[in-house]
Write a protein that binds this ligand. Structure first.
Ligand SMILES: [Fe+2]
Length: 135
């Protein structure tokens, strides 16, 4: 069973929702690759994607929060910084030791927690603040 976008995840800002959809697609890609025994290969691609993604997506989301003077801005940025630090740590470990299955499992867990605790909750709060009444 994979990970799929559902409309209840939408925050109502199209650019951000599209970036979240992209992340979920990539996450689903990793799960599928694991099922097919290609987890480590996909992990390489996913890590490069995530390094780029944290720069563009987090900066876009944070700019949106500043624009709307979102009251939860600081705590939100802390969560982004924490995720970013985890990606950097993964990169250093993988560069030093090569990719092993525990990196793949670690990344699966990281993305699942991110989906459940950040996108589904914290980003939704942002959406509700910007667009009250959106899904
Ligand atoms: Fe966020």
């Amino acid at each position: 069973m994979g990970i799929q976008w559902r409309d209840s995840l939408a925050i109502g800002v199209e650019a951000i929702d599209n970036q979240h959809k992209e992340l979920l697609l990539r996450f689903d890609g990793l799960l599928n690759a694991c099922e097919e025994g290609r987890g480590k290969d996909e992990m390489k691609r996913l890590l490069s994607f995530l390094e780029e993604y944290v720069q563009t997506h987090f900066r876009d989301e944070e700019a949106l929060q500043r624009l709307h003077r979102f009251p939860g801005y600081k705590e939100h940025c802390v969560q982004h910084a924490d995720f970013e630090a985890r990606i950097k740590a993964l990169r250093s470990e993988i560069d030093a030791e090569g990719i092993s299955m525990h990196h793949v499992i670690q990344t699966n867990n990281l993305l699942l927690k991110w989906l459940l605790n950040h996108i589904s909750k914290v980003d939704k709060e942002l959406g509700a603040y910007i667009k009250p009444g959106s899904p």
